[in-house]
Design a protein around this ligand. Sequence first.
Ligand SMILES: [Zn+2]
Length: 293
Amino acid sequence: MPELPEVETVRRGLQPVMEGARFAKVEARRRDLRWPLPKDFVARLENQTVEGLGRRAKYLLADLSSGEVLVMHLGMSGSFRVFQGGGENTPGKYHHERTQHLAHDHVVFHMGNGAIVTFNDPRRFGSMKIVARAKLDQEPLLRALGPEPLGNAFDAAMLAHACHGKKTSLKAALLDQRIVAGLGNIYVCEALHRALMSPKRRASTIATRTGAPNERAERLVDAIKAVLNDAIKAGGSSLRDHRRTDGELGMFQHNFRVYDREGQPCPTPGCNGTIKRIVQNGRSTFYCPVCQK
Ligand SMILES: [Zn+2]
């Protein structure tokens, strides 16, 4: 499943062709993705201009000139192809399926600038919804989300406050979308390793008795921001071969320090530990039991 860096890579790939452009024609080839497409989906998009293409957690948000927002989620296997000026590329493409059958091209945006943006989703866990911009705060998909991990609101004080008194593991706390939005299994494992903190550590131990941040909270926030920024810089990553807009392989997956590296030596300088896999809340955790305390 794409995580935040991959979605941000997709956003940056779509931004140049969608922002400032008008939906000249929209094709909805099915009535539903994960959920039914909104009522009058095509009519509410056609002739509207995309005033901005933003992101909240793993949702892409296209601000429309009508005052509505098109909220899009890639789900498990969704991707966009951009066809423009005789060339085609796929921003942040993931080869979850070996072939991208045209039969899975469910929504096609013909932009006024000549670009054609196609949403392909073999497994159909993706979604598209249209909501009024003024009501975006109350949108159930977005309402409960915590701050963006790369935004200014996410800092040591905020994280310590959220974890204060929590008896769950640090891993579980970081995966909780109400505490911080958009972090998934891969980058939580990677961030905890960079911070040299055990995924099994109690979440409450990054806060003082009064809920103020301690040194661990600072270290953890820095590690989360660093791992996400590095992944975005590398053009996102996925478990399988991943291509950026220019067709180059995204290299970040080769830079995973612990994820999917069970039995391999720990990359922390001076550590002679071996990466271990455990299961927490039904999901694999990879970590080094020697240097992650
Ligand atoms: Zn280690």
